[in-house]
Write a protein that binds this ligand. Structure first.
Ligand code: COA
Length: 173
């Protein structure tokens, strides 16, 4: 599946590229907060829709990528959206990224993220994982929690961008 990314340039030491991988089913305001803050540290972020074999997404890969693209319209010089069903570290190297950004919400995330980071390091030592603390406003949200609320027609305004809110409402109409 490894989509070609027209904007990627190899990391020549002055241009810092990071990957922000996830399932993004769908992207939330918590993810967007991490991406915006990541842009203070990196020149370009490749938001990478990846496969977690334990999840069955509600939205197709194309829908998830399109929703992410809509969030960052006009910022294509710094934000790319890609997808892979392969190893994240391989995708990172192929696109000149030496860092993987992950957001940490609470202690409960730590165990899982620690294992993921160590496994990625075991697979490829050239790629570092960088953790950003999730913004306090978003500490309690997850894609699943938002989907569950939307499924029961709960109010999810302010937790996801408007177009994502509409997509969820259509799914559960
Ligand atoms: N705001 C809101 N929610 C957040 C968040 C934030 N800042 N940070 C994390 N989350 C939530 C997500 O919404 C998601 O919620 P959900 O479980 O309800 O869907 C959850 O935290 C974590 O999901 P995500 O960040 O999408 O990660 P993941 O565990 O689904 O997937 C991959 C992680 C895809 C990066 C990982 O499976 C992977 O690397 N796969 C590729 C294969 C590979 O390389 N494997 C080797 C490594 S072991």
């Amino acid at each position: 599946m490894n989509e070609a990314l027209p904007f990627s340039t190899p990391d020549n030491g002055t241009f810092r590229i990071a990957l922000y991988p996830g399932t993004f089913d769908p992207i939330t305001n918590g993810h967007i907060d991490i991406i915006k803050r990541g842009l203070h540290l990196f020149d370009r972020i490749i938001i990478t829709v990846a496969v977690n074999v334990q999840k069955t997404p509600l939205f197709s890969l194309e829908q998830r990528c399109a929703m992410i693209r809509e969030c960052f319209q006009g910022q294509e010089d710094r934000i790319e959206v890609g997808a892979t069903d392969g190893l994240i570290v391989e995708y990172a190297l192929q696109h000149g990224a030496r860092a993987i950004i992950r957001g940490l919400r609470a202690i409960s995330d730590f165990d899982y993220e620690f294992q993921l980071a160590l496994m990625n390091r075991r697979l490829e030592r050239e790629v570092e994982t960088v953790f950003l603390m999730t913004g306090f406003r978003w500490i309690y949200i997850s894609s699943s929690g938002i989907k569950n609320a939307a499924r029961c027609h709960g109010n999810i305004t302010g937790l996801v961008p408007k177009h994502v809110e509409r997509a969820l409402q259509e799914k559960f109409a």
